[in-house]
Design a protein around this ligand. Structure first.
Ligand SMILES: [Fe+2]
Length: 200
């Protein structure tokens, strides 16, 4: 598969998109690229020998239909409509479409393949660390909320539970290690915000 061509296609389709309010123009492309790279990096780190062409294409396109929900269905439709000329075979196209269709379905072990596990973990990881801070601060500024509010929200019971749930959904110990590393960056950031607000 010509990965540059797949990326260029993703760019054409998504770089001007503003499908998610409060996020930067092209967020779906930027997120997709990070997820594709993270999934490939995890694959190499864990020596899983997953098909990296599939991870690249599915990573880039997994949220392409965001804004038209359920987005796993609309994203799959976009894959089938646009990626056919770039896929190595009909089977490869079907496997990309499968990953995109089930990227958010973590509750059914029968659906899981090595590629799907990597994609799902990479997707969770991209919402942690600097990217969590980026989205939280960007969203707060556009809604008129202040730093104290985002720090308090981040620290709240609901968010803590949600973070624990997402951590539990990760398939690999290495993903959990990366999650914890990113969470430590968030903790340092929000602690610093709280300290500065209180005059320390
Ligand atoms: Fe995603």
């Amino acid at each position: 598969m010509d990965r540059d061509a797949v990326y260029n296609l993703a760019k054409q389709l998504m770089e001007r998109s503003c499908a998610q309010p409060g996020r930067e123009r092209g967020y779906i492309l930027h997120h997709g690229l990070r997820v594709a790279r993270e999934a490939i990096d995890l694959n190499r780190c864990l020596k899983l020998r997953a098909d990296e062409d599939l991870l690249w294409a599915a990573g880039l396109f997994h949220d392409s239909g965001k804004g038209l929900e359920p987005h796993w269905i609309s994203s799959k439709a976009l894959v089938l409509e646009h990626l056919a000329p770039l896929a190595d075979s009909e089977e490869a196209l079907d496997r990309i479409a499968y990953l995109v269709r089930y990227h958010a379905k973590r509750s059914d072990p029968a659906l899981l393949t090595t590629e799907l596990k990597l994609l799902q973990d990479a997707d969770i990881l991209d919402h942690r660390g600097c990217m969590q801070i980026w989205l939280a601060v960007g969203g707060a500024v556009s809604d008129g909320r202040d730093p104290e509010q985002i720090a308090a929200e981040w620290d709240g019971q609901q968010r803590r539970q949600r973070r624990a749930q997402f951590r539990d959904m990760l398939h690999f110990d290495e993903s959990k290690r990366r999650f914890d590393e990113r969470l430590a960056r968030e903790t340092a950031f929000y602690n610093a915000v709280k300290a500065e607000i209180s005059g320390q």
